[in-house]
Every structure is written in C-alpha cells, then in structure tokens.
Design a protein around this ligand. Structure first.
Ligand SMILES: [Zn+2]
Ligand SMILES: [Zn+2]
Length: 161
C-alpha cells in the first residue's frame, strides 16, 4: 500500500486514515453482524489502533453485545451514528476492527477470510480461493507471517505499559 487509505462516516464529521496495511481482513457472516449492518455480512479490517489516525471529529463509543458474550465497543460518529470501527474484548483496545465500507476506496481491501459462514445467507456465493470457516479460526494458520510478527510486537508493547 503506497498511500495512507482515508475513510469517513456518512456525514463526514469523522474522518480517519490508515497509516499502513491492515493485519487481516474479515468478512463476517454472523447473525450479529447481519443485524448490526442490516445486511448480509460485514467487512472488518484488523489493524493496530495506533495505525488509525483520526483526522477530524471524535467517536462515540457504544457498548454492544458480541458472539463471545464479552461485548464489543462500537465507535460511532456522534452526528450520523454510523459505525467506523469496533474493539472486541478478545483483541482489546489496541486492535481496531475498522469497517471496510467506510473507506473512501473500499475495493482496495477485499476479504482475506470469510468467517461464521454457518449463518451466511444461502444466496451469498463465496469466491473460490479465499479461505472460509464455519465459525472462527486459528490466526496462526491463516495470517501472513508479517501480521503475526506485528501482533507479537503489539502485545509486547502493551505488556510494557
Ligand atoms: Zn457522521
Ligand atoms: Zn460477525
């Protein structure tokens, strides 16, 4: 990725940019994501929180239930209420799950994996060649080595604080 990827909420009050490639991109077909988006799935890119630069506005953080039962914090624009990213209890506050659809060029980041396909809409046909799992997955099997190293570095930084 040569340039930082910019994104925004629907009204434009919240603007941000990604300062590097993401760690990984999920297309999630779980029923929670279907209900939250009112659509068939959500596309979330995973990236270190400090690689998401807020350029304008502030986000409102709303606690929302998640599959793990531990909840997720959804960051929304305080005006149009569109969700720009989430933080799940598992990955914590240091990893943002950014909604790929809020990028200015969402086609730049197609999914690396389809997850929770057990509840996928039957008319959604998954592309051959992209991994798909019925629920969640083992990151050591699917993530590129570079992303695993970035995650290890992030955990080391977090532990030092
Ligand atoms: Zn907005
Ligand atoms: Zn989901």
């Amino acid at each position: 990725m040569s340039t930082p990827l910019p994104g925004a909420c629907f009204c434009g009050a919240v603007r941000y940019r990604l300062t590097s490639d993401p760690l990984f991109v999920h297309c999630c077909h779980c029923l929670n994501c279907q209900r939250q988006t009112g659509s068939a799935f959500v596309i979330n890119l995973l990236i270190e929180a400090d690689r998401v630069e807020l350029l304008a506005g502030e986000v409102d953080v709303v606690m929302t239930p998640s599959n793990s039962g531990k909840g997720q914090k959804i960051s929304r624009c305080p005006h149009c209420r569109i969700a720009v990213w989430s933080n799940y209890a598992g990955a914590g506050d240091t990893v943002h799950f950014v909604r790929v659809g809020t990028l200015d060029e969402p086609d730049r980041l197609p999914p690396d994996i389809h997850i929770f396909t057990a509840s996928k809409q039957p008319w959604v046909v998954l592309p051959a060649g992209t991994p798909a799992v019925s629920e969640y997955y083992d990151r050591k099997i699917y993530w590129p080595k570079e992303s695993l190293e970035r995650r290890a570095a992030l955990l080391a930084r977090t532990a030092k604080r």
